[in-house]
Design a protein around this ligand. Structure first.
Ligand SMILES: C[S@@+](CC[C@H](N)C(=O)[O-])C[C@H]1O[C@@H](n2cnc3c(N)ncnc32)[C@H](O)[C@@H]1O
Length: 246
């Protein structure tokens, strides 16, 4: 019964989004989304998301400096940097390598960089998290991913790369929206919106059980919590937050 309801409502949502499906069929939506819509949307979203997530982010990144090397310097790699929404939470002097697959966040990114001059920006690599071959083995004290694992092609390959580039004892920080409890209304609506959401928001998957991949990856220790972000009336309230040590 629930499955039939999901399928029915899914088709209704798809009909409402028919113009976008048509543009996608004509090959127009994907480049428009990547170049204009998604960067614009993420820039607008970042400020309001950061207000809601600020307490969680502050708490999450509060022990980053503890992972600095013997010289006190902290080298950090961010996967899927977008507009640099996390820069304000990184400690003074932190040496950052940014990576993303999309170059079109330049406007928001430059703004964040100029607002966060307490950081040392090292490199910007246009590479997917699944293939960080330009980053040396065991060269990073910390790696960060926020709202990225929902969109990557393979979480397993990203985590394998994270483990490769982290030095032993280094930490992987994450804050990701995930599948809601499968008996909840939120999960029902995630299932309804899934295909249209993925098309509209550049490949973002609503029902990933990302915590399972993290638990299966070969970290020596993992601190992970399930939390609800106050993103009312959206299907992205369920999040996981924490860090895992190599
Ligand atoms: C929702 S945005 C989040 C941006 C930023 N991390 C934040 O918290 O605001 C997702 C980002 O992940 C990037 N992305 C998607 N797939 C990726 C991949 N396979 N490797 C690296 N970045 C990816 C997108 O281009 C986009 O910048």
């Amino acid at each position: 019964m629930a499955k039939a309801g999901i399928l029915f409502l899914r088709v209704c949502v798809q009909l409402l989004a028919l113009p976008i499906y048509l543009l996608s069929f004509l090959g127009i939506w994907d480049p428009f989304c990547k170049k204009i819509f998604f960067p614009f949307f993420i820039e607008k979203l970042t400020a309001s998301y950061n207000r809601k997530a600020s307490r969680h982010k502050q708490e999450l990144f509060s022990n980053l400096q503890e992972f600095a090397g013997p010289s006190g310097e902290l080298t950090l790699l961010e996967i899927g940097t977008g507009t640099g929404a996390n820069f304000q939470f990184y400690p003074f002097g932190c040496k950052i390598t940014c990576t993303d697959t999309n170059l079109n966040f330049q406007h928001g990114l430059s703004k964040s960089m100029s607002q966060n001059q307490h950081l040392q920006f090292q490199r910007f690599l246009v590479v997917p998290g699944e293939d960080l071959n330009q980053v040396a083995d065991s060269s990073m004290d910390a790696v960060v991913c926020t709202l990225v694992l929902c969109s990557v092609q393979s979480i397993e390959r990203v985590l394998k790369e994270v483990l490769r580039v982290l030095r032993p004892g280094g930490a992987f920080y994450f804050l990701e929206h995930v599948a809601a409890d499968c008996s909840s209304w939120c999960y029902f609506w995630q299932e309804v919106y899934y295909p249209t959401w993925k098309l509209v928001f550049a490949g973002c998957c609503l029902t990933r059980e990302t915590w399972k991949s993290l638990e299966q990856a070969k970290f020596s220790e993992i601190k992970l919590r399930h939390i609800q972000m106050p993103l009312y009336w959206t299907p992205v309230q369920s999040h996981i937050i924490g860090y895992a040590i190599k």
